[in-house]
Write a protein that binds this ligand. Structure first.
Ligand SMILES: Cc1cc2nc3c(=O)[nH]c(=O)nc-3n(C[C@H](O)[C@H](O)[C@H](O)COP(=O)(O)OP(=O)(O)OC[C@H]3O[C@@H](n4cnc5c(N)ncnc54)[C@H](O)[C@@H]3O)c2cc1C
Length: 437
């Protein structure tokens, strides 16, 4: 559909939907009649999303969300921006549904010590809001990600103790891709396909406007951060696999011969530094220089406890890390296990319940450098190929429906659950308003 046809269709839709707001929406059109890019909005943290020549941004208020999805006549799929930290939060020639601007509910529920989190909140906001109550949530290594963190699984230093973030969800509200509103709760709907789909595959099925999750007591954490040689990794990983649920290991391979290791525990040990909670976590990169602004794609893998097998692939990994096509290309890893493995496979769309390790591979390139982009993505695939035998699963924390390995990622993320998930998608989002599965 041509851009100005889109514009007419959209305005017609919004005139019906929002009446008095049409004047405001007209401001989106530039003086030659195309849909303008309101690029001044800083909702996209991800540089690639920020630079995309998107058709436009729709920032509905919560009360307008159902009507907007129900009557969507613009190009599909709609892109969603929660925290806006992934590359597909905005895409050239697509519209983005911005949830960050108006979905800010953050409400402590003293009765059962849970918290309502709106789709526009970042995990760091949640940690801050809970601090006065002496509570916390199972957040990840950064406060930047938005609700996409929870909806795609969500693993962090407390995961071995309390489970994945998605395992803590009690209620979910939103609108399916076909425009029907939903309100589901674990108590009533926990056995339904819809609940299972939302917990781990929501980006394909619906727009979540807010969810309620359990909180944990805010507790002090002890950590140690240091640089090790790559060949020390298998031993450190073996020790970590043997450790109890209070401890977790994460590492970031920052240069060809140095890996930054971050060990975190709820129990003190000699030489460890104390912090007051996840809100004070240091960067996993340590003091490594921050790479210049780049475009990136990240693939997250999942594999069982197999520290000794990491030793076997280390020489190949060393070779690739020595020949990174861009300084931002990296390999990092975080630990799961114990509590994350106690949840039945059928309970959520996060099916890799045997996973102990989540390595993630980042491909980076200078914006606009197409050959550099190709080289870095080829490098990512080469690292993936080496790790695949020991980490056969995928953690679908980012969508890559523009890349050749999208279907491979879907298969590896959802495994035998994928055919059922596709049927669910067909029922809940038959027109493909949300990304394809
Ligand atoms: C600095 C950094 C640190 C990270 N650390 C961790 C970590 O420790 N552990 C971990 O598990 N992951 C981590 N991640 C990965 C991150 O949690 C995921 O990429 C997550 O999907 C980002 O969500 P978002 O809302 O910020 O991004 P967005 O780009 O806004 O959204 C990401 C995806 O989620 C979907 N989505 C977002 N909001 C909604 C909604 N309301 N309804 C339906 N779908 C929605 C979008 O469609 C999109 O596909 C990290 C990412 C970054 C950038």
């Amino acid at each position: 559909m041509a851009a100005d046809q889109n514009a007419k269709a959209l305005v017609a839709g919004f005139r019906v939907l929002f009446g008095q707001k049409v004047a405001l929406l007209f401001q989106w059109f530039d003086d030659i009649g195309r849909i303008a890019m309101d690029s001044g909005r800083p909702v996209f943290f991800n540089a690639q999303a920020a630079d995309a020549r998107r058709s436009g941004l729709v920032s509905p208020r919560p009360e307008d969300l159902v009507a907007l999805v129900q009557n969507w006549t613009g190009p599909r799929p709609l892109r969603l921006c929660g925290g806006g930290t992934t590359s597909r939060a905005a895409v050239t020639d697509h519209w983005t549904l911005d949830l960050q601007t108006h979905f800010h509910r953050l409400e402590w529920q003293p009765a059962d010590q849970s918290v309502w989190i709106g789709a526009g909140c970042r995990m760091g906001d949640v940690l801050e809001a809970l601090r006065p109550h002496g509570r916390t949530v199972a957040a990840g290594l950064s406060g930047l990600p938005g609700l996409g963190y929870v909806l795609t699984g969500g693993m962090g230093p407390l995961s071995r103790q309390v489970g994945l973030a998605v395992d803590q969800v009690l209620e979910i509200k939103g609108v399916w891709g076909d425009g029907r509103p939903f309100e589901l709760s674990r108590g009533t709907d926990g056995d339904s396909l819809e609940w299972r789909g939302l917990c781990g595959a929501a980006p394909f099925l619906g727009v979540v406007s807010e969810l309620r999750m359990t909180t944990q007591p805010l507790q002090q954490l002890w950590l140690q951060q240091r640089s090790v040689f790559p060949d020390q990794l298998p031993e450190l990983m073996l020790e970590a696999e043997r450790a109890d649920s209070s401890a977790s290991l994460q590492w970031h391979w920052e240069s060809s011969d140095a890996v930054q290791v971050l060990q975190i525990s709820t129990a003190p040990w000699a030489g460890a530094e104390r912090i007051d909670g996840l809100h004070q976590l240091p960067s996993l990169r340590g003091s490594a220089p921050i790479p210049s602004r780049s475009h990136t794609e990240v693939v997250g893998l999942l594999g069982p406890a197999a520290a000794e097998l990491w030793g076997a692939v280390l020489p190949d990994l060393c070779r690739l890390l020595q020949h990174r096509p861009h300084p931002g290309c990296s390999l990092a890893c975080q630990q799961l296990g114990v509590a994350t493995q106690r949840v039945p496979v059928e309970a959520t769309s996060f099916v890799h319940r045997d996973a102990e390790w989540k390595p993630w591979i980042t491909a980076a390139w200078t914006p606009g450098d197409t050959p550099g982009q190709k080289r870095s993505l080829a490098w990512l695939e080469a690292v993936w190929q080496i790790l695949e035998p020991i980490c056969p699963g995928v953690h679908l924390a980012q969508l890559h429906d523009h890349l050749p390995f999208h279907h491979r990622e879907l298969e590896a993320a959802f495994g035998p659950w994928l055919p059922e998930l596709r049927k669910l998608k067909q029922r809940l989002d038959p027109a493909g308003t949300l990304p394809s599965l």
